[in-house]
Design a protein around this ligand. Structure first.
Ligand code: NAD
Length: 518
């Protein structure tokens, strides 16, 4: 039977739309299937980073409300785990349909709250949708194992849900990263409490609305808003068994340590400093295009942005051409179809990027392209930073050591591929890297000697699609179970192994054996 979905979704507190009316809306929590107003006494301003327009107020959810969300999730998890994976998979099929239908609407919200361009925001939704597609095929993913281990005796293993889980999200992918978390958790039979970024919670709110329409029962998916207190509650609440976190080093280290101390499973993806290594035999035009796109796209606010360029040998001669290409990129409001990059998320993020650019100049690097002070007509108050290229950087400089998270590319020169590999491996982060070359042996050497979890060969942003997992390494991850793919499914389930003996009744023995069974 073809299910029909409403095209006119309920009047969700869509921050951007509501902000066009005279009152600024309070962003609601989503508890037990209802969008509910928080009784919070502390609220956080939600602003459009291109205009500073106040879009809404985000609550610091109260302790009582967090308890209520947890109780609802705990109750729902007990019922939800009794459904079959086939039933849950069917809900995911409807969810993936609804997300595709609403992709533009979600992307528009992302432009307003986060600032990236509309086409990039659609990519944000699409890369998350791919995880929902994975969740549509869990029947094979959740199949168990069985072996006859003795006469009439079989051992079998299957994976069970954990119960209540939680997801804590960053601002830079307001759709994709929540979608790394809740679809697999729910499809595996858990309930989940999501804590979206307080800077752009709108996409998650819309996704919850769609999940409800797809048939996710009340309490299986909840949303609570807030910042540190809310996160600490999630780390401590004994009912919550596992935490998925993506965000900065500081928050991630805190959540990993506190969650683990409370006996929880924690997967935490942290910061990055991704290097592109360019060999002189690379295809120059394709390489420069790839680097400009990956360094400055999304205003450099991707955890897989190529923020560091390592030019090997004479490839350093290409830098002026790279600067020309970067200069052609248009900075502005994300809904303008000609715009290539939007603002950074906050005034503070802009000031920090500008300070780090200045630190490069102060420490002796060269500002080949300086994007500070850019003014966008009609959006004069926006947090804009233009594409910036800092050359002659060395590994001791602050602009190299810090993750800048803005459209700022720092460039280092080395003489050989070995030196480039040594440099990348000495950096504490290991999220992603890319090599640009036409030499198979050089690419192969790079692939095998580089100590980074995600490697691109002539591919600038090598984020794997499911069924592979997102496999950042070293300083870019805490915990050993990755997001989505097979590993994601392992994270949200635990194995149960059963050994069963079924034989015809045997009345010949009347004495117990006390030895270890062999
Ligand atoms: P953030 O750490 O400031 O915020 C992430 C979440 O943690 C938010 O929900 C926030 O409310 C909470 N939080 C922030 N500070 C906290 C604290 N002191 N205690 C407890 N909770 C806290 O990160 P962000 O600025 O939103 O996101 C950008 C960062 O995320 C960058 O470092 C980027 O590299 C990283 N990131 C990593 C990946 C990855 O897969 N490795 C993906 C996306 C983003």
């Amino acid at each position: 039977v073809q299910r029909s979905f409403s095209t006119n979704l309920p009047a969700l507190q869509h921050a951007a739309a509501a902000a066009k009316s005279s009152t600024v809306p309070n962003i609601k929590n989503y508890i037990n299937g209802e969008f509910v107003e928080s009784q919070a006494s502390k609220w956080i301003e939600l602003k459009n980073p291109a205009t500073q327009e106040l879009l809404g107020m985000v609550p610091e959810t109260t302790h009582e409300e967090l308890v209520e969300a947890t109780k609802s999730a705990e109750y729902a998890a007990k019922e939800w785990r009794k459904t079959t994976v086939l039933q849950r998979q069917r809900v995911m099929m409807d969810l993936q349909y609804l997300i595709r239908q609403n992709q533009d609407r979600i992307a528009e919200n992302i432009v307003e709250e986060q600032g990236k361009t509309f086409v990039d925001a659609k990519g944000d939704v699409f890369r998350g949708l791919q995880v929902v597609e994975q969740a549509c095929g869990l029947t094979t993913g959740l199949m168990g194992e069985k072996l006859t281990v003795a006469r009439d005796m079989e051992t079998y293993m299957y994976r069970e849900p954990l119960g209540v889980t939680a997801g804590i999200c960053p601002f830079n992918f307001p759709a994709m990263i929540p979608l790394w978390m809740f679809p697999l958790s729910i499809a595996a039979g858990n309930s989940i409490i999501m804590k979206p970024s307080e800077r752009d919670p709108g996409a998650m709110m819309m996704l919850a609305e769609l999940a409800a329409e797809a048939g996710v029962p009340k309490g299986v998916l909840n949303i609570v808003h807030g910042s540190v207190d809310c996160v600490n509650y999630i780390c401590d609440a004994p009912e919550i068994k596992a935490i998925s976190f993506v965000g900065s080093d500081r928050a991630g280290q805190h959540i990993y340590t506190r969650g683990n101390a409370n006996g929880k499973r924690v997967q935490a993806n942290l910061g990055a400093k991704n290097h592109a290594v360019v060999l002189p035999d690379a295809n120059k035009q394709a390489t420069l295009n790839a680097i400009a796109g990956a360094a400055f796209g999304a205003a450099g606010q991707r955890c897989m942005a190529l923020s560091t360029l390592v030019m090997v040998g004479e490839s350093k001669e290409w830098l002026p051409e790279l600067a020309e290409r970067a200069q052609q990129l248009k900075v502005g409001y994300g809904m303008d179809p000609e715009v290539d990059l939007g603002p950074v998320i906050t005034v503070q993020a802009k000031e920090r990027a500008e300070r780090l650019i200045q630190s490069g100049a102060d420490e002796g690097a060269n500002l080949l392209l300086d994007g500070r002070g850019i003014v966008v007509k009609g959006y004069e108050k926006g947090n804009f930073v233009g594409p910036t290229i800092i050359t002659d950087v060395n590994a001791n400089m602050e602009c190299y050591r810090e993750e800048i998270f803005a459209p700022v590319l720092v460039c280092l020169n080395v003489d050989t591929l070995d030196e480039a590999i040594e440099l990348v491996n000495a950096n504490p982060y290991g999220n992603g890297t890319a090599v640009f070359t036409n030499s198979g042996p050089a690419a192969r050497k790079f692939e095998h000697e580089i100590d980074v979890g995600q490697v691109g060969i002539n591919v600038p942003i090598p984020v794997p699609v499911p069924p592979f997992s997102f496999t950042g390494s070293r300083g870019s991850i805490l915990g050993d179970m990755n997001f989505y793919g097979k590993s994601g499914l392992l994270f949200y389930t635990k194995p149960k192994t059963v050994t069963a003996l079924w034989k015809e009744s045997d009345a010949t023995h009347n004495r117990s054996s006390v030895a270890m069974p062999t």
